[in-house]
Design a protein around this ligand. Structure first.
Ligand SMILES: Nc1ncnc2c1ncn2[C@@H]1O[C@H](COP(=O)(O)OP(=O)(O)O)[C@@H](O)[C@H]1O
Ligand SMILES: [Mg+2]
Length: 235
């Protein structure tokens, strides 16, 4: 579905990604692991054509994305849930969710997706008229994920969805990631520092270190790898 070849990315003259090669197949969950500053967020932004100067090839379902402007991606089914929640704190949960569908007109489809999002997150359903800024961190993360789902993505990228959340909420978020994938066949790339839960959820993984892809493989083989256990799983 997504094929990245020899991708380089720069902030000004400073290179941050070096010859990244990466593939994501239809309906897969792929995780990208790596320590702080490795370039994970830069990779997400660069795929979307945000902020960096880039060279290389990014193909999505056979189409070259290098010439597609960032604001066109959502209409192709590509959505990024960025690091942090980025909600509108003074809008309600319902208003925040509906904003996720801003680029679409099909009312019936929007309603169906809205109902589905509320079944994924019963907590949001109880809080539709609450201002987003007054909710807990976990609830805000659910709202942020709900909002990106409102755009009906085919290909969803999530940047550190577990960041700053209590362990039980992290479990909820990853359960939802599995459901999104299984129930709607949405292909997911999830960037994480929490390697353990990410590898338990994903089909395959890549490790990014200092802007270079190191190890990659099935999630199972990575969970069993001595290097991964030592460096990322704290075993
Ligand atoms: N807007 C920016 N301008 C310049 N350098 C940046 C910018 N954003 C990130 N960097 C640098 O790029 C490197 C990778 O950062 P980032 O992609 O945020 O890593 P990660 O998400 O893996 O923690 C870091 O050295 C960081 O300082
Ligand atoms: Mg990051």
């Amino acid at each position: 579905m997504l094929k990245i070849s020899n991708l380089n990315a720069y902030y000004g003259d400073v290179q941050v990604l070096y010859d990244v090669n990466l593939e994501v197949n239809d309906k897969e969950i792929v995780t990208i692991l790596g320590s702080n500053g490795a370039g994970k967020t830069t990779l997400m932004k660069t795929i979307c054509g945000i902020e960096t100067k880039r060279s290389g090839v990014i193909e999505f379902q056979g189409e070259n994305l290098m010439k597609v402007p960032a604001h066109k991606l959502v209409t192709k089914g590509i959505t990024l849930a960025p690091e942090g929640r980025h909600l509108f704190p003074e809008l309600t949960v319902k208003e925040n969710l509906l904003l996720g569908a801003y680029a679409f007109k099909d009312k019936r489809k929007i309603n169906d997706t809205y109902d589905w999002v509320l079944t994924l997150f019963p907590r949001l359903k109880e809080r539709l008229i609450q201002y987003a800024g007054t909710m807990s961190g976990g609830e805000q993360q659910m709202c942020a994920i709900g909002r990106v789902l409102m755009s009906n993505p085919k290909f969803l990228m999530m940047d550190e969805p577990s960041l700053g959340l209590a362990p039980n909420i992290v479990d909820t978020v990853f359960d939802v990631i599995t459901k999104i994938n299984k129930e709607k066949g949405i292909t997911i790339v999830v960037v994480e520092q929490n390697a353990n839960i990410a590898l338990q959820t994903a089909d395959r993984g890549y490790v990014l270190e200092n802007g270079v892809i190191g190890m990659s493989g099935s999630a199972q083989s990575m969970l069993e790898s001595a290097d991964i256990q030592k460096l990322y799983l704290g075993l």
